[in-house]
Design a binder for this molecule. Structure first.
Ligand code: KG4
Ligand code: ZN
Length: 343
């Protein structure tokens, strides 16, 4: 069995995991330890890079030990160490990649410098054994992208945001309305009691031929609505949240529909086309159901890996390492790799 130790420190989760692959069998997540720093950043309404880096330094050794112990694996039995090398907050990336380099150097193991987005892109192969090609919608606090996943290391970005990431739009909306960080789950909760038709918020980019996303106009509309009513009652907040969420789902659905049509055109022979979602925002039920319906109407399989593997974790990094080893795409110069925050 190949076993890879994965390390993830690109944002505010300190994570380590061991993933194993036995010839001819499905991959196994032998351990998956994630320590969220949310509490440490909550008071600031967002991730503070310096606090994040320090927290990674303090926690990482213990998290790696826990991941090895949970997997009943000694370092000696690991075949390689894979760490997120970018993109992300540079302080955290340095902590994770340097730790991985030290472990690799001291134990004589191979090092793999993994792109965090590749981790998200390949997760559906770990959880659902998906075959290439497929479409990935990544919607997190830092990214909003539609990516064509053609193979290991073979990705084509079809759409990205021209301003805010979708998770960021949720978080900023929450902040404007006095809801706690991280905003996404709180906006969703408030929206459940609100009227989605009360505010006619814009659907940015809807119907445009350019494939990208935009959320800053929507954010401005939310701010105008919020400041036009003072003081805001709980019902006002709920109605704004519901109207915002409905605008987001509508705008997102329009962009994704375009990509599904394009995929069909590019791969007319694909028998089981699939759309995979990843990122924290994919937890949102309204967004999920919108995407599910869209996939059903376009004949696509909707693949949503378990929430814990959709948000930041190290199993996806270990798995990307295994995929690279299997594909013969491991970089022999990984020990010289310098973290790339904008990779
Ligand atoms: O993938 P993730 O855990 O971390 C990174 O950004 O890498 O995503 C976090 C983002 C935050 O912006 C959070 O507000 C958003 O995902 N989020 C949600 C929901 N749960 C988390 N947004 C909308 N609805 C949710 N239920
Ligand atoms: Zn991520």
């Amino acid at each position: 069995m190949i076993r890879v130790l994965g390390i993830e420190t690109s944002c505010d989760e300190t994570a380590a995991s061991v993933v194993g692959l036995r010839e001819g069998a499905a991959p196994e997540i032998l351990s998956n330890v994630v320590l969220s720093q949310i509490e440490e950043h909550a008071a600031f309404g967002g991730v503070v890079p310096e606090i994040a880096a320090r927290a990674h330094v303090e926690a990482l050794d213990g998290i790696i030990e826990a991941a090895l112990a949970d997997a009943d694996t000694r370092l000696a039995d690991v075949d390689a160490v894979a760490a997120t090398a970018g993109p992300g907050l540079v302080g955290g990336l340095i902590v994770g990649l340097m730790t991985a380099k030290a472990i690799a150097a001291a134990s004589g193991k191979q090092l793999l410098a993994i792109n965090h987005l590749e981790g998200h892109a390949l997760t559906a192969r770990l959880t659902d054994g998906l075959s290439f090609p497929y479409l990935l919608l990544l919607v997190s606090g830092g990214h909003t992208q539609i990516v064509l996943v053609r193979g290991v290391g073979d990705y084509q970005r079809w759409a990205t945001t021209i301003d805010d990431a979708l998770g960021e739009a949720f978080d900023k909306t929450a902040k404007m309305l006095g809801l706690a960080y991280p905003g996404g789950p709180n906006v969703e909760k408030a929206a459940a009691k609100g009227d989605p038709a009360r505010f006619a918020f814009p659907r940015p980019m809807k119907g445009e031929s350019r494939p990208d996303f935009s959320f800053s106009g929507l954010k401005t509309a939310v701010r105008q609505a919020a400041t036009s009513i003072a003081p805001l009652s709980d019902q006002d907040v709920a109605d704004i949240c519901a109207s915002f969420q409905s605008a987001v789902a509508d705008a997102l659905g329009d962009r994704v529909a375009r990509a599904l049509v394009r995929f069909r055109e590019d791969y007319p022979d694909s028998e089981a086309p699939a759309l995979v979602v990843a990122g924290g925002v994919a937890a949102n039920r309204k967004i999920r159901s919108t995407l599910e319906e869209l996939c059903a109407s376009h004949g696509f399989r909707f693949v949503a890996p378990p929430h814990a593997l959709c948000t930041d974790n190290a199993a996806m990094i270990a798995w990307a390492g295994i995929e690279r080893l299997q594909a013969g795409l491991a970089d022999p110069d990984a020990m010289d790799f310098v973290p790339r925050s904008r990779w």
